[in-house]
Design a protein around this ligand. Structure first.
Ligand code: FAD
Length: 334
């Protein structure tokens, strides 16, 4: 079956979700594809429970709430979501595009707005055997969806950056015990956060396992029993654990986007700063993936880029210039 629409949005992060609203306000229908099986991009995948402080008119908003609000704002325009599938191919024939996903979904669109963030992103994983058996059950994970999943558990956190330190502090408040494994005594994190970990250590809720690194896993049927760590002299230690959380950063790959004939600048898509147009007419890029002089990787900048891309795409979709109107004049569909 071929899905037909005005705009195909690639990426359902904050920029992609806001595109549904902006396009909808201009009368354009959207289909949206994301490789992840949930919407929200980095906000939901990497820091759902963290507060964001620089969204205009929200002095503080938790990342997952920002995403819920964006979904709500988009919902009157009935976007069609194709989640858990990556866009692998984009072809142009006449003035229309055919988009094909890894699940063989085909979408025909008059314009494409790429809001693909840092491309297909995934966690850097430690080089130890048997990870997949525990990934399925959540015994081994690379992000925290809800801190209460770890209430009363013994949790091993591996890594020395901001995410490892922040989550160690957050989970120490609910877990039975948190072990922090790191290769060296220095953390790449805010000094206050490191001091906070030391407070948890004094209370017996957190133990530093330094200088150690991951060496193996023990358990059965996806249920983790011990995390094995070793020091620089290969001395091993078994840490009794229900969960292992690894925070070794993200591997960011542009993935198939690199093969669509778009002009790239260091793995970002080059666009015209005034309308987000790429070198292929009818394809626009917004949010973290786009690049122009002065680009800032901030959600607020992404929102402005979305507005400019949609106003430009209107002419491509309807073949006539747009008569500009404020949302206060138009209202939104109920
Ligand atoms: P993303 O959120 O990266 O979403 C892109 C989506 O595209 C992803 O879901 C991905 O799966 C999908 N995708 C990629 N390639 C394909 C493909 N080929 N097919 C299908 N789907 C694809 N910004 C702020 O403004 N303020 C902050 O305080 C702030 N704090 C942050 C804290 C952390 C820990 C991190 C990691 C980031 C923070 N950011 C912050 C940055 C902010 O999250 C990003 O700027 C924002 O998420 C970019 O939105 P986006 O929609 O462009 O892309």
């Amino acid at each position: 079956m071929i899905n037909r629409t005005d705009i195909c949005i690639i990426g359902a992060g904050p920029a992609g979700l806001f595109t549904v609203f902006q396009a909808g306000m201009l009368g354009m229908k959207c289909h949206m594809v994301d490789a992840l099986d949930f919407v929200g991009g980095q906000c939901n995948a990497l820091y759902p429970e963290k507060p964001i402080y620089d969204i205009p008119a929200f002095p503080e908003i938790v990342a997952e709430d920002l995403i819920k609000n964006l979904e709500k704002q988009a919902s009157p325009f009935s976007p069609v979501y194709h989640l858990g599938q990556q866009v692998v191919k984009v072809e142009k024939a006449d003035s229309e595009f055919t988009i094909t996903t890894s699940k063989n979904t085909t979408i025909q669109a008059k314009a494409i707005i790429i809001a693909a963030g840092c491309g297909a992103f995934g966690p850097n994983k430690p080089p130890i055997d048997g990870l997949s058996e525990y990934e399925v059950t959540g015994g081994v994970a690379y992000m925290v969806r809800t801190k209460n999943d770890y209430a009363g558990k013994k949790v091993v956190i591996a890594g020395g950056g901001d995410s490892a330190v922040d989550w160690a502090n957050i989970l120490a408040s609910v877990a039975e015990k948190v072990y922090v494994i790191h290769r060296r005594d220095k953390f790449r994190a805010a000094p206050e956060s490191v001091s906070q970990m030391k407070e948890w250590e004094k209370k017996g809720k957190l133990e530093f396992v330094i200088p150690f690194q991951l060496s193996g896993l023990e358990g059965q049927g996806g249920i983790l029993k011990n995390v094995i760590v070793e020091d620089l002299d290969k001395n091993k230690r078994a840490l009794e654990a229900d969960n292992l959380l690894c925070f070794f950063g993200l591997a960011m790959e542009l993935g198939p986007i690199a093969d669509w004939g778009l002009n790239l600048n260091h793995n970002h898509i080059s666009v015209e700063a005034h309308n987000m147009q790429t070198n292929i007419e009818g394809i626009y890029a917004v949010g973290d993936i786009c690049n122009y002089k002065g680009k800032l990787k901030l959600i607020s900048c992404g929102f402005a880029e979305v507005a400019m891309a949609c106003h430009t795409a209107y002419e491509k979709v309807f073949g006539k210039p747009l008569h500009f109107e404020y949302s206060t004049s138009k209202g939104v569909p109920k």
